[in-house]
Design a protein around this ligand. Structure first.
Ligand code: ZN
Length: 224
């Protein structure tokens, strides 16, 4: 199991180490989806964390495609170079350390990046798609009228619609929401947080979304 020094690899010491991204990986930045042993999505980890889990024998099984091949030293007995293949999805044993997969009342933290992704970069008033920099967080019931900063009271809005609505409710502003805001489940949140989600990782996460999740439809639109 020895023969690979990942910290040295981190710092760019080539020596007898080679890190070879395969197939779908773009450089070394592609993240691996970690799940618990039951297959519940937990978090995104980089190739170093994934390699540690493999070497600590915490990987129960893998799914998806091979992302990286890590080459270590030459085994003195066999004369063969050790090689570790890292997959896009790894199921791990032991403590999960994550509240989301066991608690049904888990509420993921709210931030604009995941909010805009939840709404597929669509303004929830005019229905048009915008880049992040042109979007804003609209409080459906405004702060000034007792509205809270929670998932079910916020939507993505373009600047124009947000300005037009101002400190009013949609009814008061005579503006209509095109979709009902929702609190993402843990699996949905993991998806929304992904930096670059591969097709197989996405399929996997989609299977863990509630059947009624608006994301099924939005992802289809997103991809089209
Ligand atoms: Zn708009």
């Amino acid at each position: 199991m020895m023969g690979i020094d990942l910290e040295r690899a981190d710092r760019g010491f080539a020596d007898d180490l080679r890190i070879v991204p395969t197939g779908t990986a773009r450089g070394l930045s592609q993240l691996v989806l970690r799940t618990d042993v039951a297959g519940m999505p937990l978090e995104w980890i980089d190739y170093r964390e994934a390699a540690r889990l493999y070497y600590q024998e915490q990987v129960a099984y893998t799914c998806g495609s091979a992302l990286y091949e890590l080459y270590g030293g030459v085994n003195a007995l066999t004369g063969r170079r050790t090689m570790l293949e890292i997959n896009s999805i790894v199921a791990t044993v032991g403590h999960t350390g994550n509240p989301g997969n066991t608690r049904h009342d888990y509420v993921p933290p709210l931030n604009n990046q995941t909010l805009f992704r939840r709404d597929a970069f669509l303004c929830m008033y005019c229905g048009l798609r915008f880049p992040s920099r042109e979007l804003s967080r609209d409080h459906i019931r405004p702060f000034s009228q007792g509205g809270l900063d929670v998932w079910t009271n916020v939507v993505t809005a373009c600047r124009r619609c947000n300005n037009q609505k101002a400190s009013r409710t949609p009814e008061q502003a005579k503006m209509q929401l095109i979709a009902v805001p929702f609190t993402p489940t843990y699996a949905e949140y993991i998806f929304l947080k992904g930096r670059r989600v591969l097709a197989d990782q996405m399929q996997y996460l989609l299977a863990h979304f509630p059947r009624s999740s608006p994301l099924h439809d939005r992802i289809q639109r997103w991809l089209s």
